[in-house]
Ligand binder design. Sequence first.
Ligand code: LIP
Length: 265
Amino acid sequence: MSADTPVALRDLAIDVAREAGELARRRRREGVRLAATKSSLADIVTEADREVEALIRHRLSEERPRDGFLGEESDASAGDSGITWVVDPIDGTVNYAAGIPAYNVSIAAVRGGTDPATWEHLAGAVFAPALDEMFSASVGEGAWLDGVRVEVSPQNEAGALLATGFGYDPTTHDGDIASVRRVMPIARDLRRMGAAALDLAYVAAGRLDGYFERGLKPWDFAAGALLVREAGGVVSRSDIDTPRPLLVAGAAALHDAILARIVQS
Ligand code: LIP
């Protein structure tokens, strides 16, 4: 059983994310089959999502049987170690099903239960199999991309390169597009990659300057939020008592500017 230290938890997350990502990539090459739809016809789950989460769950319970588990595709289980694994087996599922390589395996270890408001982020790994890139972090030890330390980007005079996302419910799109309209005056351009953990990993690595999205699930941001914070950035969640909390991430000044433009108007 691995130690409870953040570094040991990070290293376990890296190992399991890489193994799970290789499985996801193999299944993608073999052909992806839709298993079901969830909140809407657009909210899909593939057989690979379920198989990859089962592998992750098995490997983590083998190594740390007393930990809790909160995953996108299976029932939550409370542990008694005080540590919970928060897992998105394939983040960017629609991309994955369409053959777009912007997908990842996101694994985070938190101290606390299934409520993100109680979490102390300990460690996380975001692995992008198609690009063979491993982003990782452990609290107090910085954020890393394939063994190289990364940091959020400084203010850019040309404007911020931002990313956002839209939910699967078409009735929410007008409001999200209104938020985009309010933020664009401080942006150089906008990306919509369809994988929240990758958006957050790219903010941590300075590839994106900032990111904002409403309605993310805990497994979408659990690992990526730690990456951004350990890379010197700020991640906030507001409107958490609404059905679609707002997550904003970036260097402190840009984070504040994005949040002010979305919330104040
Ligand atoms: C996705 C997020 C993305 C968001 C999608 C969806 P999934 O997660 O990564 O940022 O815009 O609506 O929530 O469903 O691919 O795990």
